[in-house]
Ligand binder design. Structure first.
Ligand code: MV4
Length: 670
């Protein structure tokens, strides 16, 4: 086995590979760009080598720099992850020339699968089922048209050099063939520098089912069952699962055998995936083969109990496959969703920015999170905006789906727009639960999946408001640095009662589809609890406890938890599995003529211990003004806002009644 490897990638997959290497006692070398100096993969590795500027073409795609880094660090092998150089035959070749092991297939296997038509030819010879079609050299329009007529409409025209759905045309009628062929060829020439196409029968309602295969250098090959990745958006997978729902055991076995045959036909070594179009009647057709470890490999790991990166390392090091086909079993069901910085409501526009707050469900046998970022990290324009992969497992599909819903409800990201809500809608979608799966799923259920923006519900308003009350209390406690009652959530703030009727208004702007809605929550202090005047009703808050951003509260006997994050401008509230943003309107009491200035009153009968200010002093918000002692405990009364002390009505030693005016503050300019 290798003692040291280099990981020529970044983000979650680099972290994922490092984790297994560490488990196996292999030292790791990361590489990084200017943008990734402080990235998680760099921190995790034993060593890290700087490559170059942020754009991938100047760093992660620079073959020479990666080989140089591998040589300088004494790395015996390079793991390419996925994307970047993972399916680049020249890279595999360059490594071989430098006596560095490529943790991936032989150069020839990458080349064989690079061209769609050539791949299909190889597969046809190997007896792998193909969709009826023509993938030969003759590109004469009349000839291709006659082929299409033979196949029968609808047909699909695909760029031979294409990928990711680019350069495809569906043709429903013979009359439309010629014009579609011309436009497909134009697009292919422009996109791939090659206008060669193939024509085949269009399968109207296919599922994307793929088989994980593995081969070693000793001629052994196994499959690790299938994944269903039908739910895609513009050829980007959104959710993947294993096993494929409804797959009959004999069909699974047939597909597995065919996939192994496909791998063997090209002398495959390592991890590969054979993709199939899976038709409604259970027939399946070879689509393409991916000659790398795939993003969605964790669902296969969860249902087989295998570590596929460990397999890759062992195979690359010349060992035999860790398991025989007959020892591999499917256990339970797994889902993976890709959590992205993107806005589903804006046609999934990628988002960039910093992860101001990141809180994730706890990992366990049921929940796995593969990520390359931590709270505080940035998602930049330079790379794929994936934040994490969330993988769940349970004994059956419905239980796993319930796990997924629960985990997504606990996934909190502030600072970037994410697709978490969209994924939650998907995990809760009845048609998805019912396995109404095909590649058109998202289009078909679009309106159920991309939900309208909803106004903040009452719990969110309560949480935001109580958060601010407790925050003020904590701030007051800190600035007073006086002994305080640690058990009462209210005593410290209860002092600031600006008005004789003892209220304070918290104002928010709740944007619903960019339309601002003004919401005011007025709080009244009632001795041992707060009364909140909400838009719909009044509610008594008996207690509240704030731990960092985690708020626990008791609202009229209903206890609930919320997370509130203040980014300075807005409060981000997570409650009941929902996420709401409430922009704060700092009314400041000065800005409101009715509330301008006011008196501060005693929260309970007691003795004035100390008056910390003099008349005419200017004070800052939160500054301690008067210390009272009541029931053997000290209470600090802090300035609720900046201002000037207009009048002090009591001095040290005086006894005061509950509600007595202690001090009059002229609120300053805000
Ligand atoms: C097809 C097809 C239907 N019939 N071929 C899309 C990407 C490329 N790898 C192959 N693709 C398709 N080929 C025939 N003969 C439908 C698709 C297709 C698709 C396939 C898998 C996953 C998502 C898809 C979304 C749209 C179309």
């Amino acid at each position: 086995m290798f003692t040291k490897i280099l990981i020529a990638n970044r983000g979650e997959i680099a972290c994922r590979v490092i984790q297994t290497a560490q488990k196996l006692g292999i030292r790791t070398v990361a590489v990084y760009s200017e943008a990734d100096k402080n990235a998680r993969h760099v921190a995790m590795a034993d060593e890290a080598i700087y490559l170059g500027p942020a754009p991938a073409k100047d760093s992660y795609l620079k073959t020479e720099l990666i080989i140089k880094a591998a040589k300088e660090t004494g790395s015996q092998a390079v793991h390419p992850g996925y994307g970047f150089l993972s399916e680049n035959a020249d890279f595999a070749k360059a490594l071989a020339e430098n006596d560095i092991e490529f943790i991936g297939p032989p150069e020839g296997a990458i080349i064989a699968m690079g061209s769609k038509s050539a791949a299909k030819e190889i597969m046809e010879e190997a007896g792998v089922p193909l969709v009826k079609g023509y993938h030969g050299e003759n590109q004469e329009p009349e000839f291709l048209k006659s082929q299409a007529d033979d196949i029968g409409y609808p047909v699909i025209i695909k760029a031979t050099a294409g990928g990711g759905g680019k350069g495809m045309r569906i043709v429903w009628k013979a009359e439309e063939f010629e014009s579609n062929l011309a436009s497909c060829k134009r697009e292919s020439a422009a996109s791939f520098g090659d206008d060669k196409v193939l024509v085949e029968k269009y399968i109207t309602k296919p599922r994307h089912v793929e088989i994980q295969v593995f081969a070693d250098k000793h001629g052994n090959a196994v499959h690790l069952f299938e994944r269903d990745c039908s739910v895609q958006r513009r050829h980007q997978k959104v959710i993947e699962e294993a096993p494929a729902p409804g797959m009959a055991e004999d069909n699974r076995q047939k597909m597995g055998e065919v996939a192994i045959r496909a791998a063997q036909a090209i002398g495959y070594v390592g991890a590969g995936t054979v993709e199939f179009l899976y038709d409604e009647d259970g027939s399946f057709y070879f689509m393409e083969m991916n000659t790398r470890l795939q993003v969605e490999h964790p669902v296969t790991e969860k249902i087989t109990g295998q570590d596929l990166v460990e397999w890759q390392l062992k195979v690359a090091a010349g060992q035999e496959l860790p398991e025989k086909q007959e020892d591999l079993r499917i256990n339970g069901h797994a889902f993976e969703v890709r959590i992205y910085a993107e806005d589903p409501r804006q046609d999934f526009l990628p988002a960039t920015g910093s992860l101001l707050h990141l809180s994730t469900p706890e990992e366990s046998n049921h929940i796995r999170i593969d990520t390359g970022v931590r709270q505080g990290d940035t998602v930049s324009v330079h790379y794929d905006p994936m934040i994490a992969k969330l993988i769940v497992w349970d004994h059956d599909r419905n239980a796993a789906l319930a796990r997924l819903r629960g985990a997504l409800a606990q996934y909190q990201v502030v600072g970037l727009t994410t697709n978490v809500e969209f994924l939650s809608a998907l995990a809760s979608n009845q048609a998805f639960e019912d396995c109404d799966l095909d590649t058109n799923f998202i289009e078909r259920y679009r309106d159920e999946l991309i939900l309208e923006d909803a106004p903040a519900d009452e719990d969110a308003l309560v949480a935001a408001t109580v958060y601010q009350l407790v925050q003020r209390e904590q701030a007051a406690k800190k600035s007073a640095s006086q002994s305080a009652d640690p058990y009462s959530p209210w005593n410290q703030v209860s002092g600031w009662r600006l008005n004789t009727d003892n209220h304070h208004a918290f104002e928010y702007i709740d944007y619903v589809d960019s339309i601002p809605n003004d919401v005011v929550v007025t709080t009244h202090f009632r001795g041992d609890e707060y009364l909140l005047e909400l838009p719909e009703r009044e509610l008594k808050i008996h207690a509240a406890e704030l731990n960092g951003s985690n708020l626990r509260l008791d609202a009229a006997g209903k206890r609930f938890n919320a997370t509130v994050v203040d980014d300075g401008k807005s409060l981000h509230v997570f409650v009941n599995g929902n996420y709401q943003v409430l922009e704060k309107v700092e009314r400041g009491l000065a800005g409101d003529s009715e509330d301008a200035g006011g008196s501060l009153t005693a929260p309970m009968p007691g003795t004035v211990i100390e008056v910390k200010v003099s008349e005419g002093d200017t004070v800052e918000a939160g500054q301690p003004l008067i210390i009272l002692e009541a029931m053997k405990m000290e209470h600090t009364i802090n300035a609720p806002t900046a201002g000037t002390v207009a009048e002090i009505l009591y001095s040290a030693g005086d006894l005061v009644d509950d509600g007595a005016e202690l001090l009059i503050l002229d609120a300053g300019e805000d």
